[in-house]
Design a protein. Structure first.
Length: 89
């Protein structure tokens, strides 16, 4: 296995991890901004008020995006395993 192959495998792993985590992180970012704006408008500074809706947003996003994430992970895993003989050389 050449160093270029190793770099390509690691690059693909990082890109897959990035594309899998980006939508969830974006949902958390948007939920955090919205909750902060509501807290500023209503002057509520309760930590439970900011944490619980953000967790609900993360959970809803995870449940909605799970089929897409699983498809993307299965495609990546199948690509790695299909080239396993090439990596052993």
């Amino acid at each position: 296995m050449t160093p270029e192959t190793v770099v390509q495998i690691i690059r693909d792993a990082f890109l897959t991890a990035f594309w899998l985590s980006a939508p969830i992180l974006a949902i958390g970012f948007i939920a955090g901004i919205a909750i902060s704006l509501v807290q500023i408008v209503t002057s509520i500074q309760d930590t439970g008020f900011s944490a619980i809706p953000r967790l609900v947003a993360f959970l809803a996003g995870l449940l909605l995006l799970m089929p897409w994430m699983l498809k993307k992970m299965m495609f990546y895993t199948a690509a790695i395993l299909s080239d396993l003989g090439r990596y052993a050389q």
